[in-house]
Design a binder for this molecule. Structure first.
Ligand code: KG4
Ligand code: ZN
Length: 343
């Protein structure tokens, strides 16, 4: 089955054509990130306007790369939430238009489920990983930190998540506090952390919020405040930015790993899957691999290129979950900005 997928939940406009959920045939992506950079965060109205501008050229380019008749496409998949409403509706209406023009069914996809399927694709159709259920999934992105028990395709149980800031949001806000970057500074903060190879001075010690609480929830906003107070006192010290970056990253990684491993033990998970932009973080990947392997749990993380938002994993999620909607029901396919994993 060949699926054309569209993803427009935030500031990326993406289209991909994927066969049987694992083989990438064509893709195209545009981003308005550069424009938002100067505002220090995504401006929803600007993101939506850019989606309108990019959507047709992106789909057109993807179809050109596909270089086969649209008749070969079996269904159109589209992200319906969570995300920015103005951005989501652009992708949804484009998907409906294609589905009507080509007389194909629509497959609505939850963006969070999409992140999980970054693990199922392998390397352009080769080295496709074998994934066994039950699995535990940790989704860590700019907007979400969710721990999920995955008992099969389309069979998810929410175990817990952040009570305040998402992990990516905490990375971004901390990068801003430390003067590293004003916008999506997670990867740059990780780079600063890796620039420091020595032993962290105990004066930079940060808390591990909720790490020993008997639940699967997280809280990162206190950590950010702790960084703010610490940096005010130490910013003139040599290496303060590097040491605080490393200690902050260690604190987030410690909490994420401990609670995820606890969730694996609680659910008898065979596999542990990471997903979302923060799953590109090397320290998180490495520690999760080590701790999972100690318990004989296979740990998987998407290739770095599939950690950030794209349409490839939306096509994969659509294939494995296959909720077809025919044209008479298109009116029910609408944007759901606050969609959770169970919706
Ligand atoms: O999943 P994503 O592309 O977009 C959302 O759906 O939110 O995630 C973006 C988030 C941002 O907060 C970004 O700073 C963070 O992922 N991120 C990282 C790294 N690369 C991206 N955080 C920590 N370390 C990284 N290497
Ligand atoms: Zn995302």
């Amino acid at each position: 089955m060949i699926i054309l997928a569209i993803e427009t939940s935030c500031d990326e406009t993406a289209c991909a054509i994927v066969e049987n959920g694992v083989k990438l045939l064509a893709q195209s992506l545009a981003s308005s990130a550069e424009i938002h950079q100067k505002f220090g965060g995504v401006v929803p109205e600007v993101a939506a306007r850019k989606q309108v501008e990019f959507i047709v050229p992106v789909i057109h380019e993807c179809l050109e790369k596909f270089a086969q008749s649209p008749n070969k496409i079996d269904a159109i998949a589209v992200t319906v939430g969570p995300g920015l409403v103005g951005s989501l509706v652009v992708g949804i209406e484009a998907a409906k238009a294609l589905a009507i023009a080509w007389d194909k069914p629509l497959i609505p996809v939850n963006h969070l489920v999409g992140h999980i399927y970054g693990n199922f694709l392998g390397d352009s159709g080769s080295n496709i990983p074998q994934i066994n259920f039950p699995a535990v999934v940790l989704i860590v992105s700019g907007g979400h930190t969710d721990l999920i028990s995955m008992r099969g395709h389309a069979d998810f149980k929410y175990l817990g998540g952040t009570l305040d800031d998402a992990a990516g949001e905490a990375f971004d806000k901390t990068a801003r506090l430390l003067g590293i970057s004003k916008y999506f500074g997670g990867a740059l903060l990780a780079k600063k952390a890796s620039d420091f190879s020595g032993k962290i001075n105990p004066i930079y010690k940060l808390p591990r919020p909720m790490v020993y609480e008997n639940n699967f929830d997280f809280s990162f906003s206190g950590l950010k405040t702790a960084v703010k107070n610490l940096f005010e006192k130490t910013q003139t010290n040599v290496d303060a930015v590097e040491q605080i970056s490393k200690e902050f990253q260690d604190a987030v990684v410690d909490v994420l790993v401990k609670k995820t491993i606890k969730a694996c033990l609680h659910t008898g998970a065979k596999n542990l899957l990471l997903g979302g932009g923060v799953s590109a973080n090397t320290a998180l990947r490495e520690k999760m691999f080590v701790e999972g392997n100690k318990l004989g749990i296979k740990v998987l993380a998407p290739p770095i290129s599939l950690c950030n938002d794209n349409a490839i994993y939306i096509a994969s999620a659509a294939f494995f979950n296959q909720k077809f909607v025919n044209v008479s029901e298109f009116k029910n396919v609408v944007a759901n900005p606050s969609m959770g994993i169970m919706d």
